[in-house]
Design a protein around this ligand. Structure first.
Ligand code: MF3
Ligand code: CO
Length: 266
């Protein structure tokens, strides 16, 4: 596992913050009628205007700049020309390379009115991300993060925790060791040391945990067609309290100010 220097952590914070700023641009303008392809272009242009590279494009052949995962799409949804509708939930996942360092995170937006059960799924998935982050401290193990997320979602609410996809280390590469599953046992897995950077990303289904990948080789959907929520933060392991490199506060401020988005759960 690669542990970063303080100077490298500062650079990674800049990369993560650029992703947060990009998602903030999305939060400002998202509304029913907009297409996820339009969002893809806005994000790619914004990142390039800030002297960075959208890192997902061409990553293992991925053909777009963001992942836009609507409703029953869990992750890796292709941006497309279908207008978003009132009642949709959409996760926008974006990666950048800035000065050689990766930022990679995601946020799920709610367009207008949704059922109370979907609102709760969004709320609890975001909460579970922070429960996991609380465990990202020195001398804990990866399994402590995993367990905290699973505990809050599967055991407490009966949601489906996706097994096939996991969080990961982050640095000069988009995916570094260790893998960070959203399910697992306390006290197991690699031990966490200071300045390990992790992308922690719960993918939580309202119904069953079963998923499948579409013919396009990327789009992951729930088997039962029920919605799924995805949040992701870039986090640096520290002694007493993890340092979150990405910044939801600016995204949330824009989300609150946008009357087309539903932020009533927090
Ligand atoms: N956040 C996702 C991940 O860490 C996004 C990868 S999409 C890809 O795996 F297109 F870049 F693969
Ligand atoms: Co990721």
């Amino acid at each position: 596992m690669i542990h970063k220097t303080e100077a490298e952590i500062a650079l990674m914070k800049e990369a993560a913050t650029l992703v947060s700023k990009t998602l903030t641009e999305v939060a400002k303008i998202l509304k029913p009628g907009m297409t996820t392809l339009a969002i893809d272009k806005i994000c790619a242009d914004f990142v390039r205007d800030h002297n960075a590279i959208p890192s997902f494009y061409n990553y293992r052949g991925y053909p777009h700049h963001v992942c836009a995962s609507v409703n029953d799409v869990v992750v890796h949804g292709f941006p497309n020309d279908t207008p978003l509708q009132e009642g949709d939930i959409v996760s926008i996942d974006m990666g950048v390379i800035l000065n050689g360092w990766h930022g990679d995170h995601a946020y799920t937006f709610i367009l207008g009115e949704v059922t109370p059960e979907v609102l709760q799924l969004v709320k609890v998935t975001k909460e579970s991300l922070y429960k996991g982050i609380e465990k990202a401290i020195v001398n804990n193990r990866v399994g402590d993060i995993s367990y905290a997320i699973q505990e809050h979602t599967e055991r407490k609410y009966g949601y489906g925790v996706v097994r096939e996809l996991v969080g990961h280390g982050l640095g000069r590469s988009l995916h570094e060791d260790p893998q960070v599953p959203n399910y697992g046992k306390r006290g197991t897995g690699p031990k966490l040391k200071e300045n390990l950077v992790l992308a922690i990303e719960p993918m939580i289904n309202l119904g069953s945990r079963e998923v499948y990948t579409e013919e396009d080789g990327w789009t992951v959907r729930t088997r039962d067609g029920k919605p799924s929520v995805h949040f992701e933060h870039d986090v640096c392991v520290k002694r007493n309290k993890a340092l979150i490199l990405s910044d939801y506060s600016i995204i949330e401020a824009a989300e609150k100010a946008n009357t087309n988005l539903n932020s009533s759960y927090y």
